[in-house]
Design a protein around this ligand. Structure first.
Ligand SMILES: Cc1cc2nc3c(=O)[nH]c(=O)nc-3n(C[C@H](O)[C@H](O)[C@H](O)COP(=O)(O)OP(=O)(O)OC[C@H]3O[C@@H](n4cnc5c(N)ncnc54)[C@H](O)[C@@H]3O)c2cc1C
Length: 413
């Protein structure tokens, strides 16, 4: 008799955890992803700012499950889900039947319908985004240096004061002031403006107010202008126009203002929740489809909406694997319960904020050490951890950053 077949869409934090949880259950698993690697998104900003290289934070999926013969990997884009016939189509014509389906396709950057965001800003959601942004930054400095007679706006606006925006702004300041200043001495005399725009009245809105204030002060000490309480009206090719009418010119505009569920949710043909998220019940399955589960950024579980960060995806992946294992054995398990393990964000060298359970809060150097330690532990694979550790030590000691090769046409963007 053939074993039940579990199809998992997405090999991000949730999908990988679900597959690992099923590795020793009597099922066959097909894990599908549009990329052949897992991306450690929390460090994308370090790839964009030349602190790390792409393969320090990307990990080949086939390598993860090399020893698990019940798990096969399929590279391709999921283009259709047929709930009635229990099939998933990859790249339109490769069709896989399932007994259980786990949807873990994450989220995509969203413009919230604001004019110009799609065309004039850089997103930071994938490794490809990070490499594109890094090449753009390098190209602009090369162009400014090559032809001093033609001014190039080297200023940067980062939109979104969540952890991604804050980390990006801090990382940029280090890249520009510590590395580019030495690489392009002809440009060093003019300071490069960096502006962080946040519609709310504070950065890191999900953290305790005291940590938001610490982070804002640390950004300002790094000569980053923090514009609070004003949203973006529209984006022009060379400026961000704020809702209060002010125009902030910039040669590089980074959009870190929010995410919406992956378009995979729309393939289901069901009514979706806010942001395109898939509503699920307390066992993380879809109403009327007890064998179809959604986890992580793409899902909306009952109660207070969970943040679109790694832990809900990881814990959701473990839970769904446990539900499937229990069902096969005729058992039931308690409903999904999310355990908040806290949040962290770094502003740069020696500076981070950390909010842990039981009201524990840290900032400054201690917060930064915690941030470094946690990210090293969470990274996948010994080689990646070792690479990242060596790179960080090198960057810290030398104020240098190794990953700034310009592989595409050097000047232009
Ligand atoms: C820049 C940045 C910084 C972040 N920093 C932090 C942080 O510090 N701490 C934290 O906890 N969280 C952070 N997050 C959020 C965290 O990375 C996400 O919440 C987490 O990755 C969600 O996990 P997931 O499994 O739901 O989706 P993901 O990890 O995004 O994985 C989704 C997978 O689905 C695949 N996929 C999507 N569509 C298709 C398709 N049609 N066909 C095939 N495959 C598909 C994708 O290729 C991807 O591999 C950050 C995110 C970003 C972008």
């Amino acid at each position: 008799m053939s074993r039940p077949h579990v199809v998992i869409i997405g090999s991000g934090f949730g999908g990988i955890r679900a597959a690992k949880g099923l590795a020793h259950v009597e099922v066959d698993v097909t894990l599908i992803d549009a990329n052949n690697f897992h991306t450690f998104q929390p460090l994308l900003y370090q790839v964009a700012t030349a602190g790390l290289d792409a393969d320090d934070i990307g990990f080949p999926i086939r390598r993860i499950f090399r020893r698990n013969h019940s798990i096969s990997f399929v590279l391709g884009e999921v283009t259709n889900i047929d709930l009635q016939h229990q099939t998933v189509a990859v790249d339109r014509d490769r069709v896989f039947g399932y007994d259980y389906l786990v949807i873990a396709a994450g989220s995509v950057s969203t413009s919230f319908g604001i004019d110009g965001v799609g065309t004039h800003t850089f997103a930071l959601k994938t490794l490809q985004d990070a490499l594109r942004l890094r090449a753009h930054l390098l190209s602009r400095f090369e162009r400014a240096s090559a032809d001093p007679a033609t001014p190039v706006d080297l200023g940067v606006v980062v939109v979104g004061g969540g952890p991604t925006g804050v980390e990006m702004a801090g990382g940029l300041r280090e890249l520009i002031d510590k590395v580019f200043r030495k690489d392009y001495p002809d440009l060093a005399a003019t300071p490069t403006p960096i502006t962080l725009v946040e519609a709310a009245d504070r950065v890191l809105g999900t953290f305790h107010r005291s940590l938001s204030d610490q982070a804002a002060a640390a950004l300002q000490r790094r000569q980053i202008t923090v514009e609070l309480g004003t949203g973006v009206d529209h984006v022009e090719p060379d400026a961000v126009v704020l809702k209060d009418g002010r125009r902030v010119p910039a040669g590089t505009i980074i959009w870190a203002a929010g995410v919406a569920a992956s378009p995979v949710s729309r393939l289901l043909g069901i009514e979706l929740a806010r942001g395109g998220r898939i509503p699920v019940g307390s066992d993380l399955s879809l109403a009327g489809h007890p064998n179809v589960f959604a986890i992580g950024d793409i899902a909306l579980s009952p109660g207070e909406p969970l943040p679109q960060v790694a832990q809900p995806a990881i814990q959701g992946g473990s839970h769904v694997a446990a539900v499937i294992a229990a069902r096969l054995e005729g058992r039931t398990i308690p409903p999904f319960r999310y355990r908040d393990k806290g949040s962290m964000a770094t502003i740069g060298r020696n500076q981070a904020v950390a909010e842990l359970p039981y009201g524990l809060r840290f900032h400054g150097f201690i917060g930064w050490l915690m941030w470094l330690g946690l990210h090293l532990i969470e990274l996948m694979g010994f080689r990646n951890r070792a690479n990242v550790f060596v790179n960080w030590a090198w960057n810290y000691l030398t104020y240098d950053r190794g990953s700034r090769l310009l592989l595409d046409k050097p000047i232009g963007s």
